[in-house]
Design a protein around this ligand. Sequence first.
Ligand SMILES: O=c1ccn([C@@H]2O[C@H](COP(=O)(O)OP(=O)(O)O[C@H]3O[C@H](CO)[C@@H](O)[C@H](O)[C@H]3O)[C@@H](O)[C@H]2O)c(=O)[nH]1
Length: 322
Amino acid sequence: MSWLVTGGAGYIGSHVVRALAGEGLEPVVLDDLSSGIASFVPEGVPFANGTILDGDLLRRTIDEHGVTGVVHVAGFKYAGVSVQRPLHTYEQNVTGTARLLEAMADRGVDRIVFSSSAAVYGTPDTDTVIEGTPKNPESPYGESKLIGEWLLRDQGRAAGLRHTSLRYFNVVGSGEPDLYDASPHNLFPLVFQALLDGKTPRINGDDYDTPDGTCVRDYVHVADLAISHAVAARKLDAGETLESAYNLGSGDGVSVRQIMDAMAEGTGIAFTPEIAPRRPGDPDRIVAKGELAARDLDWEMRHTLLEMVTSAWEARKAAVPA
Ligand SMILES: O=c1ccn([C@@H]2O[C@H](COP(=O)(O)OP(=O)(O)O[C@H]3O[C@H](CO)[C@@H](O)[C@H](O)[C@H]3O)[C@@H](O)[C@H]2O)c(=O)[nH]1
C-alpha cells in the first residue's frame, strides 16, 4: 500500500512526500524533472523519472509499487506564463490529469488528492472566498485547475473515484533547509534571485484596486500545507468522505508591497522595489479562510509571515551561494 506523489520532486511535492512519510504512509515519486529537482526526493523513496502524460509509465509505477492512492501535484503552475502558453498549460494540467485518472481506473486505484488553486476563483466579488464562491478563473492556469477538479468529480460519478481537491493559496517558505522554490516566475524566488544578484526586486503594478495599489494574496507555509495532504490521504484510506474541495488559505490578505517589507526585514537587505507593469492574468485580491480545511484536515497556520520569508531565504541562499 503506497501513495504516488506526481510532481514529488518539486517544491510543494517534496514537502508532501515528507509529510506522507511522517504520517506513516509510503510515498512513491513520479516526476519528469521539468521543474523538479532529483535531490529533493528523499533517499529510500522510489522515484520514477517521467511524465504523467506517459500512461504506460503510470501503469508500471502503480503496479511495481502497489500504489493505492495518488496525491496529484504535477502540473504547470505559472499563472502569468499560462496566458502566453495556454495549449501547453492545458496539455500538462488537463490531458495529464486525464491520463493519470485513466491509469488509476485501469489499475483500480480509487483515491486521489488533487493540487488545485486559488486561481479557480479569478477575482472574487467577496473579500474572503469560501469553497462555494463562483469560479471565474482569469488565466488558462486557473481554468486548467478547475477542469482538473471537474475531471475528478466526473470520474467519481462514473467510476466511484474518491477524491478531494485542495485549493492552494500562495505557497511559500521552506520546511527543510534543503528544499526551496526554484520557480523562475513566482514572487518569493524572484525577489530572492534579484537580491542575490544585487538587483532591485520589482512590483508588477501598483494601480490595482487594493489599499496600497499592489496585489493582495494569502500566503501559506508549504510545510503546513503538506500536512493537510497527508491527513486527507489518511482519511481517504480510512474510508472517510471528504469535501470535494478545500481552500488552504489563512484568511490574511498581504500585499506585494507588504511582502517586500517582510523580505527586507527577513533578509536584512534594505531595498526600494521598482514598479514594473502589471502581469497579465493577475487578480487584485484573493484571500480565503480555510475553515473547512481546519475542521477536516488539521489545517492550521503554524508559521508567521516572517518565518515564511526567513525559512525560504535560508534555503535559497544555501542552494545558490551568493
Ligand atoms: O517579481 C515579482 C513576481 C510576482 N509579483 C506579484 O506577486 C504576486 C504573487 O505572484 P506569484 O508569486 O507569481 O503568485 P500567483 O500568481 O498569485 O500564483 C501563485 O499562487 C496561486 C494561488 O493563488 C497558485 O495557484 C499558483 O500556482 C502560484 O503561482 C502577483 O501579484 C505578482 O504579479 C511581483 O510583483 N513581482
